[in-house]
Design a protein around this ligand. Structure first.
Ligand SMILES: Cc1cc2nc3c(=O)[nH]c(=O)nc-3n(C[C@H](O)[C@H](O)[C@H](O)COP(=O)(O)O)c2cc1C
Length: 212
């Protein structure tokens, strides 16, 4: 493949686009973050990289807490708005009609409209020239009840999650293209998985028809 060399840059794509709530009570704010990820599984540890000049930077630094709220196709406008307006100038909750829902282990509120919320406590801050990385332990997770199937499994593919790539928001393809380890599945397991996939597609088709 012939390639063009570009100058070094933050060209990692796609990224998640999440809404991070921070601060307390009337001062609580929301910031859209693309620079987030998981860095450890047990205990679960994540981070958000926040530019030093952001209003939210001060709120997270002072409280040592934040909530990562996953975003969906229904929340794209809200996600963008919280990423272009500052909580210094307006109240993003009221402007975007978002509901403050109390969290259990941190004081900052969660976004009620988001299907999955990760409560985080800052355990370390790594300072870089433009951004500070707030490394946080995920101390609690909430997921919309309607996303669980009859066997109690979380069906996150039904949540309508979005991603962010090179300046644009994308809905995730709802039909999975494969799953963890599928490239090395034994033929019998692969057959079972393919049957599962077909069932998922049928459910998706029925849901789309119902929603129309
Ligand atoms: C999709 C998207 C992703 C963003 N990712 C980040 C990020 O990772 N870190 C950051 O500091 N700002 C990021 N921003 C910019 C902030 O969300 C934006 O400056 C926001 O207005 C800051 O709000 P605040 O001043 O209320 O804290 C992003 C914006 C968008 C739209």
């Amino acid at each position: 493949m012939a390639k063009k060399t570009m100058k070094p840059g933050t060209m990692l794509n796609p990224l998640p686009a999440v809404m991070v709530s921070c601060g307390e009570g009337e001062d609580a704010n929301i910031i859209t973050i693309g620079w987030t990820g998981i860095i450890n599984s047990e205990p679960p540890i994540t981070y958000v990289s926040v530019r030093k000049s952001r209003h939210s930077h001060k709120l997270i630094a002072e409280s040592g807490e934040y909530v990562i709220n996953l975003t969906t196709e229904k929340l794209v406008k809200e996600t963008d708005f919280c990423g272009v307006k500052s909580g210094r100038d307006l109240n993003k909750w009221t402007e975007m009609n978002l509901t403050k829902e109390p969290a259990e282990k941190v004081k900052c509120p969660m976004i009620g409209e988001s299907p999955v919320n990760l409560e985080c406590k800052v355990i370390e801050v790594k300072e870089y020239p433009t951004h500070d990385m707030f490394i946080g332990e995920i101390v609690n997770v909430h997921a919309d009840e309607s996303l669980f199937d009859e066997k109690g499994r979380l069906c996150l593919d039904q949540a309508g999650l979005i991603s962010y790539s090179h300046g644009e928001y994308f809905g995730l393809k709802r039909e999975p293209l494969g799953k963890f380890g599928y490239s090395i599945m034994k033929p019998k397991t692969r057959k079972r998985y393919e049957k599962e996939l077909a069932q998922k597609r049928r459910n998706q088709y029925r849901k789309k028809k119902r929603d129309r």
